[in-house]
Design a protein around this ligand. Sequence first.
Ligand code: UDP
Ligand code: MG
Length: 316
Amino acid sequence: MDISVVIPLYNEEESLPELTEWIERVMDANGFSYEIIFVNDGSSDRSLDVIKRLAARNAAIHTVSFSRNYGKSPALDTGFRRAKGDVVITMDADLQDSPDEIPELYRMITEEDYDLVSGWKKKRYDPLSKTIPTKLFNATVRKVSGIKNLHDFNCGLKAYRNAVVKHIEVYGDMHRYIPYLAKNAGYKKIGEKVVHHQARKYGTTKFGLDRFVNGYLDLGLLWFQSKFGIKPLHIFGLLGSLMFLIGFVAVVTVLVMKIVSMNSDTFHFYLTKSVYFYLSLVFMVLGVQFFCTGFIGEMITRNSPERNNYLIAEEF
Ligand code: UDP
Ligand code: MG
């Protein structure tokens, strides 16, 4: 099979018939063998009925329906587990992404050898309250992830080589960082294609401004995982030891000063009035805590069933 189109959807009943017909048209015109995987993310409208009607007349439509709303990432991940096509294309269900991009995306993966091609909504039809923070967001992700050639990490329209989607796990809200996940999994040939974007025709956006707060927290987590995920002691141990050492030297210094002052008539030093005394104690306590955090982290990663899962490129 050439292409699997994975479509997560949450309350998109109005868009679905138009979207499906459009995809079918593009696939037939290009002679692709394909499947459409709808992942209904606990819609409370009539989306599921609409999909059932559509599926009744096209055997290429496969549907997974969650019993409640889990979010876009779980929906994508579920679709990825089931995708059988050589190239997997993800697309939003709201008609903001155009199925006309599919043939070129397919070509970039199969002929230009990309592992992942991300859409770039160069000209966006979204409100300003979304486009400006998005620019800032993308600049940060470029910096942190080291994927310098992407302008639009969170574009719903993306294409993947099948192996890529089988080796990444998209959970929580991590769909914003799929290129970063792919890079961490060892897939480095990541490209971009300018895609057409349309204003939302039906329904409303499912994400509010909290996307930016959560987005940055997730980014911090991913960065930490990619740097120290399998060796947390390296960072916590270093920080902890350093702090403990500083605290220890400071404590010894104030103690020496105390002893000197006890044997002197002119030099008076009161331990409990010295701010350094308290600071050094805090440093020592925090240092030990950091160290223990790293140690516990290390014990946990040692027990992870994934700890020896390496992505092997070739074996002779
Ligand atoms: N979506 C989903 N589960 C959710 C939220 C969104 O499956 O909990 C789907 C939604 O139906 C759409 C896609 O994810 O197909 C992108 O959502 P939306 O268009 O609201 O995001 P925006 O374009 O505003 O970034
Ligand atoms: Mg949208």
